[in-house]
Write a protein that binds this ligand. Sequence first.
Ligand code: FAD
Length: 382
Amino acid sequence: AQVGVVIVGAGPAGLVLGNLLLDRGVDCVILERRGRAAVEGRARAGFLAAHSVRVLTEHGLGAGVSARGRAHGTCLFRSERGEFTLDYGRLGRGEVHTVHPQQELVRDLIAEYLRRGGELRFEAEVEEIAEGRVRVRGGEDVTGRYVAGCDGHRGVARAALTARGVRTARRDHGVSWLAVLAAAPPSMAAVGYALHERGFAGHMARTESVTRYYLQCPRGTDPADWSEERIWAELATRMRTADFGPLREGDVIEKAVVDLRSDVLQTPGAGRLWLAGDAAGLISPSAAKGANLAVLQAERLALALERALAGDEDGLAGYAAECLPRVWRAHEFSHWMSGLLHGPAGDDAEARYGRALQYARLDSLRTSRTHQDFFAENYTGI
Ligand code: FAD
């Protein structure tokens, strides 16, 4: 039997899409490679933009976010020139983030999808997508009038599309982050960005007992080389705890190296295969946009697929036309953020020039209300 839409991948993109399609009476099935516990336990993003919260709330998916999410509207910058705070929630459009760990969002979305009667197959690894036919490893093929590739950046959907000649635009930002999850309460009331000649360090709240930290590290770094002692010592140096007070330390629960890369597919789909989330493009984590773009794209793709199934294929072309400019705005800001956070290494003339620009950018953000409004609008906007 053929379903309306086969969704590959149960991350934020696939799960928002599945819930919205069920809402509209479109029959769909989600195929997910991993087991439920693994999917529900994967800690990644945490900052939801106001637009994402609106989408969730409007479609009856916001109970968890409104019960457990916490509003967040302040960030601070530290450097050799001191510290300043931006109440970005009162600047720009006056929007805040909601802190809600990605694994909790995924848990909420799975529970709601199943409650609505949706079909979700775990441990169903898709090996190949050809037209509407989806091959599952060791299982029967599943066919749909459309296939939604929501299987992340290394998934088969993206590969199927690029094999058809769809091109990508890409940038390697040339830096990597050691992403650390610590069993420790947040050390500051704000998102913290520290600029340091040893490299960037970041602090982001997750829950009352878990905090995410980032340390810029050389490409090719092995996380095993970073012991707990080394992580806390380096964070203390770069966050300048001697000047601003100690961090609240705890056990390191997870550490992984993320290379800062971005890319965007020229078009997020063709024919019967349409992509959303990381499958359609990867955005460097410097401005925390990835999960939010996934929600935006899933929302728009749900509308387009509903129209297409009713016989109006223009909606799918419209999906690409509508999303791409917003995706590019997010990339532009992320790229700007990356330039703010990472100074060049070394002490040659080029490096000195690059670092001076970095501080000029920071200074502009510290002193110009116009710049602050621009920052806030882009930081929270999608
Ligand atoms: P994914 O979450 O990757 O989901 C894809 C799913 O598809 C997975 O469950 C996978 O198992 C499944 N899959 C893959 N291949 C197959 C297959 N062949 N068959 C079946 N299933 C398959 N974003 C933010 O907005 N804010 C942040 O603060 C933020 N912080 C981040 C921190 C880190 C350390 C990282 C790594 C990312 C962060 N991001 C952040 C980015 C965000 O996590 C991703 O953009 C988001 O998960 C994308 O959702 P997705 O549904 O497109 O893909």
